[in-house]
Design a protein around this ligand. Sequence first.
Ligand code: ADP
Length: 258
Amino acid sequence: YHEALPVPDHPAEVHHLGLEINELLQSLNEQVLRDHQFVSDASHELRTPLTAIRGHISLIKRRGEQHPEIIPRSLNFIDHESHRMETLVESLLRLSRMDHVDVAGGYYDLTKLVEETVTNYRENLPQPIRLHVPPSALTAYVNADSLQQILVALLSNASKYSPTNAPITVTLTTLNGQPTVTVADRGMGIPDDNKPHVFERFYRVDQARSQEIPGTGLGLAIVARLVDLNHATISVHDNQPRGTIFTLQLATTPPVGA
Ligand code: ADP
């Protein structure tokens, strides 16, 4: 027993249906390509440290007995790289879970949310955080968890890529009628050529430059996904005289059709 598909009678409708099916197939195709790229990027990122770890294990096996002095260095390396892999796997899991995460929004007093997040997080950072909020409440339509995750990721980057005494400024304002949060630092900045790429998965500005600074290149990809899910926007600019500003603009109402 098959439930009959509603077959349209008019050629125009058939044509329209054909177009819709085409569009659907195309978007499925793009999705498959994206997933494929994701899996292949992730494998590459995991394989690199794994290869290095195995290299050091094999070195210890071959030469450790005759040259025990190489062992501590190799063990240190293995320890460091395996921690990096662990962080990477955690971030990858977070990113992949985001396909079915619940980001139901609500009306929130942004001032309170931002104040709370900054208060809870500032103890983790060596830099002083300055917080500027408007005198009256600022309401946004947002998922509170998402907003906190976004802010923590931006604060953590601002801290990682700045000297330990350079203050970080969080400002809450209204920009073009939209509630806006900016996170500004006085750190190393992001060259213009790199700015358009920082939200891509695994992208890190100049591996050599950020080699000393631990990271996976996934933090801002997760941020971009959360921003999308919350119908918000994010952009990145230079701070003056140095450093970076991330500008997050939030919605004031639920998305149309939600
Ligand atoms: P990571 O784990 O490498 O920090 P992110 O996705 O969070 O990855 O950021 C991507 C890259 O963007 C970083 O590797 C860094 O080069 C650059 N970046 C991000 N935030 C800042 C910042 N506040 N100042 C300077 N560079 C930054």
